[in-house]
Design a binder for this molecule. Structure first.
Ligand code: TA6
Length: 290
């Protein structure tokens, strides 16, 4: 994504601007502590960079912005289900149009909140009444929280993920800790497996860790940094790297770009979260580097 091609539509405050990129509405944040961009299509964070540091979030150089599908990279919002639990895959939130609810700023950063409520299109896919509020706290660290509320009069349940793509120097030279002992291997039809305490990569990896620690650490050795991912409101953490063969088959990833990304996802897997009428639940991830 060439940020120079962003056209400014409206300055909303000193730190927040409404922009457009290939017809997609983007909320751009430029603050003394960090920069970020959030697409209203999908409620999708596209970039986050603490000032003076490298990008923490990965965005595919071949990402497609035609709004027909989710952008490859950033933080897709998988909701109200994870993966193939329904159609479309990973739910409809990541391809829905969200609205800007509010933005605030002070010396610690900027808060941007978006909303997605049931409408004719969502109801045709998933017949429930809901309100989602997605809040981004952008400062030295990035906090993303998705609060889902049942606004109907029948209970419903949901799963999902904050499907974060992290920008790393080289997949062959990172390790990840804090995943917990057990995982379901999606490359082996969900087979239950035991993992070691430190995860390294040498091929396609697609795993649902079912007992993750609250903080997962990506040791991004060649960037001389650790990326800390602190999750709440989740019951699993997914790790994904497609490796080369899958990347080559994906139209929105360059053949070797799998080398510079890894997904670590704050996930609601099984059991799903059940909400009675009026009830809410929040899925959260806080991302920082050191
Ligand atoms: O979270 C991992 C995963 O479910 C993988 O199985 C892989 O398919 C990935 O998400 C990306 O899915 P997408 O629908 O965005 O191509």
């Amino acid at each position: 994504m060439n940020l120079r091609q962003l056209s400014t539509v409206n300055a909303l405050s000193d730190n927040v601007t409404a922009c457009e990129y290939q017809g997609v509405n983007i909320i751009r944040v430029i603050h003394p502590l960090a920069e970020a961009g959030i697409s209203l299509h999908g409620g999708h964070l596209l970039w986050f960079k603490p000032q003076g540091e490298k990008d923490i979030i990965w965005l595919s150089e071949k990402a497609i912005f035609d709004q027909s599908k989710a952008v490859r990279g950033g933080i897709p919002i998988c909701w109200p289900w994870f993966g193939q639990a329904g159609t479309p895959s990973h739910g409809f939130a990541r391809t829905s149009q969200w609205s800007l609810l509010e933005h605030r700023e002070n010396e610690n950063g900027v808060i941007v909140s978006l909303a997605l409520e049931d409408n004719e299109e969502t109801y045709a896919i998933w017949p429930h009444k809901f309100k989602n509020v997605l809040t981004f706290e952008i400062g030295q660290e990035l906090k993303v929280s998705l609060t889902s509320t049942n606004t109907g009069n029948q209970p419903w349940s949901y799963s999902g993920a904050l499907h974060t793509y992290f920008d790393i120097a080289n997949i062959n030279d990172i390790d990840i800790t804090g995943m917990g002992p057990k995982y379901l291997d999606s490359t082996q039809q969900g087979k239950v497996c035991e993992g070691g305490s430190t995860l390294t990569f040498n091929g396609e990896t697609d795993r649902v860790y079912t007992q993750p620690e609250a903080t997962i650490t990506i040791n991004d050795k060649n960037n001389n940094r650790e990326i800390l991912v602190n999750n709440e409101g989740h019951n699993a953490a997914v790790i994904w790297n497609p490796w080369q063969a899958l990347s080559v088959n994906m139209g929105d990833m360059a053949d070797n770009s799998y080398e510079t990304m890894v997904c670590v996802e704050s996930t609601i897997h099984q059991p799903s979260i059940e909400l009675a009428p009026g009830q809410s639940h929040t899925l959260l991830t806080t991302i920082s580097s050191r």
